[in-house]
Design a binder for this molecule. Structure first.
Ligand code: C5P
Length: 220
């Protein structure tokens, strides 16, 4: 059993993908499994925190009774639940792969095949991390994730500043065994005060412990 170093802390974590409805039977989604976010929720709960886990559509279970799970489907629902939960939280961890675009309108009946080309107009979704960054109080901490295909370091640090995060976790896409759907991950953490920490490839449970160690170091 772990040291209850996060007793009294309320931590809100987003995890998984979002599904954006095209019509009653179709959606736009992504390959996020939610595993990293769920591993973070378990780690925080084991250290004594009260966790609210805002989960997109995933096929994962959480057993810890200190985790309050809120299931959502769309980016809009995730936005609403996360902003509400962050109001009396001490930490926000934005681990979800939120859709960047959603259909401008959802058809209320199934769209029929016509043999013609079909275009679906998309509108941007709201950025949850950036919204929390704007309402963040000095005593609250906010953590984000970045998955980049090019200029990784520059883009991750730019994102951290723009969204007013305390640190950002860069997922490597370069390494096999890291990122979406895997059980392992390889990360680098950049802190707002210029810290940089590179980690070895590890299980997502061990990566979660590293991330929460970094969090505790900036909290205390
Ligand atoms: O800008 P980008 O989507 O690459 O930023 C990734 C970070 O922002 C992640 O922490 C992700 O959870 C968060 N994010 C969010 N809401 C969005 C888009 C991204 O919270 N609509």
């Amino acid at each position: 059993s772990k040291k209850k170093s996060l007793t009294g802390e309320k931590i809100v974590i987003t995890a998984g993908p979002t599904y954006e409805k095209i019509d009653p039977v179709r959606f736009i989604g992504n390959y996020s499994s939610g595993k990293m976010g769920f591993a973070l929720a378990e780690e925080c709960a084991e250290r004594g925190a009260e966790v609210t886990l805002i989960a997109g559509p995933v096929s994962l279970n959480s057993h810890n009774s200190s985790i309050r799970r809120v299931d959502v489907e769309t980016a809009e629902e995730m936005f609403r639940e996360t902003v509400e939960a962050f109001k009396n939280a001490s930490v926000g961890i934005m681990c979800a792969a939120v859709a960047d675009f959603t259909p401008a309108s959802t058809a209320d009946v199934k769209i029929k095949r016509t043999g013609e080309e079909l275009s679906i107009a998309l509108k941007p979704t709201r950025d949850i991390a950036a919204a929390l960054g704007e309402i963040k109080k000095p005593e609250q901490k906010l953590i984000g994730f970045a998955l980049e295909t090019h200029n990784e370091v520059f883009n991750a640090q730019e994102k951290m500043r723009r969204k007013n995060l305390d640190f950002i976790v860069l997922n490597s896409l370069q390494d096999k065994g890291a990122g979406f759907r895997c059980d392992t991950n390889k990360i680098t953490i950049f802190g707002i005060d210029g810290e940089k920490r590179e980690y070895e490839m590890k299980s997502k449970a061990a990566v979660a412990a590293d991330i929460i160690d970094f969090l505790e170091a900036i909290m205390h």
